[in-house]
Ligand binder design. Structure first.
Ligand SMILES: Cc1cc2nc3c(=O)[nH]c(=O)nc-3n(C[C@H](O)[C@H](O)[C@H](O)COP(=O)(O)OP(=O)(O)OC[C@H]3O[C@@H](n4cnc5c(N)ncnc54)[C@H](O)[C@@H]3O)c2cc1C
Ligand code: FES
Length: 281
């Protein structure tokens, strides 16, 4: 197995904006990372020059532009680190370690077990299910899947219209977008797994579901896809310290015939749902 290429760089913040859904989005100049990053990989960011907060914070790559040397991150303010990031201004420099994690590529036989149909054959359908900021890492996968000729559909849900992030870039890239809100202010009224249920009935064993969002959503999807024998990949978020497999802080229990632990930062964040315990089983 080849050693992953990880870079510790000082990246310039090129732009920061507040976007729909109350999230922030920043473009960072990091050509070394942009050149090698895969969908669903992440970066560990030192959000301020001092020691407070001491630990770096992990964020998925919401856009990867290797030709321009730019990566983009999208975040919700939930605490001190993300609050500081919301005050970043263009021109500032931040320390970034990445790309980290296994990422997810439809051509990657290591993770998919060679399940994906070869290029040139009939490609299976790719279904993305996202809740809240779980939408952030989905776009780079859509871009690579569309280039490989996959049909891609997105099921995206939140509490209300105001809580939903912008999905324009997904629509523009030819992805079919389905929305749900719990209060019914946009799209299907209810949770996103309810919206996805009708589509699940029409999926075949060669199709693939990739999900990112709150743990109860992932638990429900695991049960739903398990009953229909549909292959589900989940991207997990655990609190992280090192991001590179040293602190063992991000361990998740394996399930099935392989008792033990996996680390979200190095073995994940993407796992075949059947191989990890998500709780609620
Ligand atoms: C691989 C990975 C990718 C991520 N990608 C994104 C992303 O693209 N966009 C985004 O908005 N967030 C993402 N997160 C979550 C993000 O890292 C946390 O929200 C952030 O670290 C919180 O920092 P803070 O200092 O603001 O909050 P803190 O003050 O540290 O914590 C505030 C609250 O957030 C919770 N929290 C903190 N860290 C995590 C975490 N790692 N996972 C789940 N809950 C956490 C805490 O339990 C607490 O309730 C990702 C996490 C991981 C592990
Ligand atoms: S964050 Fe340290 S081992 Fe995963």
């Amino acid at each position: 197995m080849s050693t992953p290429e990880i870079h510790d760089v000082l990246a310039e913040v090129m732009s920061v904006k507040r976007c729909r859904g109350g999230v922030y989005r920043a473009e960072l100049v990091a050509p070394e990372i942009a050149a090698v990053a895969k969908p669903f990989q992440f970066v560990n960011i030192k959000v301020s020059p001092g020691n407070d907060p001491f630990l770096r914070r992990p964020f998925s790559l919401s856009r990867i532009e290797p030709d321009e040397g730019i990566i983009e991150i999208t975040w919700a303010v939930v605490g001190k680190g993300t609050g500081i990031m919301a005050t970043w201004e263009p021109g500032r420099e931040v320390k970034i370690l990445g790309p980290l994690g296994n990422g997810f590529s439809l051509e990657d036989k290591g993770l998919t077990g060679g399940f994906i149909a070869p290029l040139g054959g009939k490609a299976p359908e790719l279904i993305l299910v996202a809740g809240g900021t779980g939408l952030a890492p989905m776009y780079p996968l859509v871009m690579s899947a569309r280039k490989s000729g996959f049909t891609v559909s997105l099921f995206y849900g939140g509490r209300s219209l105001e809580s939903l992030m912008d999905t324009d870039r997904f629509e523009q890239s030819g992805c079919e977008v389905h929305i749900s809100t719990e209060d019914g202010s946009a799209g299907f009224r209810g949770v996103v797994t309810g919206l996805f249920e009708s589509r699940l009935r029409n999926l075949s064993a060669s199709d693939i579901v990739v999900a990112c969002g709150p743990r109860p959503m992932l638990q429900r999807l695991k049960s739903m896809c398990g009953q229909r024998n549909i292959r589900l990949y989940v991207s997990l978020e655990e609190r992280m310290a090192c991001g590179v497999g040293l602190c063992k802080g991000c361990a998740v229990k394996t399930s099935g015939n392989d008792p033990g632990y996996r680390h979200v930062c190095t073995d994940g964040p993407v796992f075949l749902a059947d191989t990890v315990e998500l709780g609620g089983e």
